[in-house]
Design a protein around this ligand. Structure first.
Ligand SMILES: [Zn+2]
Length: 434
């Protein structure tokens, strides 16, 4: 079974906006209430609440005067909240995620319809009071529609992320094809080596323009009094600029990953412990700006669909300090040193090109090793709905569809690594339901 999510823009009527606001409010209230119940239950018993445990609280709440308005919300929307909350709790207990957080009405709002959403012409037809909502469907919804997540951005736009299931599996991995090594950098976004030549891809030109604008708008917003109307308006402007910024970035990351996947069968990257690196303040800005994690996710799912492989090599592998010609390893290479000459064989290296060569060679070595040891399987497998085809030398965290950080369970024996994908692209594999 293959899964794919498509994100479409929704254009609700004024009445539908009211219905959505009510549903967002109910879902958010129920999440926060349920989380509180989990905390209390945990204090008393040492355990959280299961999905059914949470659901069993709902009928009582709908009968009580103060919370009878919960009955206005489509019941499966609330049950989805119970499911997501119990999962978030479980992920926390199993060491894969941070503690679940309370939801604020000032952030992105979302609700899930676990089933019964249909496409009717250029509308999505939802069960319950919402009904048919006009949608901009830019590609056919040709799979079996499963979970549909409706969200409202801080800029006031509405989207639906439609998760679909298809019969059949992803294509088998081909045995031929090229292998490319990618060094993700700061000066250039990516430097690749495909066995023949080194290519450099710089950050998109417009990005820095939006980045500067974003910083200005953020400073303006920070000067307004908290809770004031002016602050609220300023924050809305920040959200709009951020949306532009992130659209430019997503577009670039999609195009670059598409190009790389179309031309190569195996892609080797360094396993970026982005969280670990962000703690290093000098690098933090550049890293969060360049969106490496998103890029690697895009590569992963695009390769999966084309029968390719993503190989992540250990991030402690000295890709920059190793001579790609003779494997001599120099002891120091400060970040500002862009070129160096190997003291052993005399080869003159461009820092990044050399790293991409080493990354590619290490990926090929790992691939050969894993075939020998039988660790490398061509089967994709699912975790929270995310099939993966990734070989890795160590696991790191990524974010799942709910935006929570999820780490693979510690002590995993397999060399395969799965990671969830944040739902922010137009077309990404979804991390919902399993
Ligand atoms: Zn050398």
């Amino acid at each position: 079974m293959r899964r794919q999510a498509v994100k479409v823009r929704l254009y609700p009527t004024d009445e539908q906006i009211q219905v959505l606001a009510q549903h967002f409010g109910c879902a958010r209230w129920w999440w926060n209430y349920g989380l509180n119940q989990c905390i209390e239950t945990y204090k008393a018993t040492g355990k959280g609440l299961s999905q059914s445990g949470l659901n069993s609280l709902l009928p009582g709440l709908k009968k009580v005067k103060e919370t009878e308005w919960l009955g206005e919300c489509y019941s499966q929307v609330l049950q989805s909240v119970s499911l997501n909350l119990s999962r978030a709790y479980q992920n926390f207990f199993e060491g894969r995620a941070k503690y679940p957080r309370f939801k604020s009405k000032h952030h992105r709002q979302s609700i899930q319809y676990p089933q019964k959403v249909k496409q009717v012409d250029s509308c999505l037809k939802f069960p319950g009071k919402l009904g048919s909502v006009k949608a901009k469907i830019h590609r056919p919804l040709d799979g079996a529609i499963k979970t549909v997540t409706v969200s409202k951005c801080p800029t006031g736009k509405y989207y639906a992320s439609v998760l679909m299931e298809y019969e059949g599996d992803y294509p088998e991995a081909k045995k031929d094809g090229k292998t490319i090594g990618i060094d993700l950098g700061i000066k250039d976004f990516a430097i690749t080596y495909d066995g023949n030549k080194v290519s450099k891809y710089s950050n998109p030109r417009h990005l820095s323009k939006y980045e500067k604008k974003l910083a200005v708008k953020q400073r303006i917003a920070a000067r307004k009094n908290k809770g004031s109307n002016r602050r609220r308006k300023a924050n809305k402007i920040v959200a709009r600029v951020y949306e532009l910024f992130s659209n430019v970035r997503q577009d670039y990351l999609h195009k670059l990953s598409r190009k790389i996947v179309d031309n190569n069968q195996v892609v080797v990257v360094e396993n970026l412990n982005v969280k670990g690196m962000v703690r290093n303040h000098k690098l933090s800005k550049a890293i969060s700006d360049t969106g490496w994690g998103t890029f690697v996710n895009f590569l992963g799912y695009k390769l999966e669909r084309s029968g390719g492989k993503l190989i992540e090599i250990n991030r402690w592998f000295p890709s920059s300090k190793l001579c790609s010609n003779c494997h001599y390893q120099i002891s120091e290479l400060p970040l500002d040193v862009r070129t160096w000459t190997c003291p052993s064989c005399g080869t003159h290296h461009d820092r990044d090109g050399n790293a991409a060569m080493n990354i590619r060679a290490e990926g090929i070595r790992m691939l050969a090793l894993s075939v020998v040891e039988g660790l490398f399987s061509t089967d994709t497998y699912y975790n929270g709905g995310n099939p993966r085809n990734v070989v890795s030398s160590s696991g790191t965290g990524e974010a799942n569809a709910n935006g929570e950080d999820v780490r693979p369970i510690r002590g995993r024996k397999s060399k395969m690594r799965q990671s969830s994908v944040k739902l922010e692209a137009h077309t990404v594999p979804s991390g919902q339901s399993g």
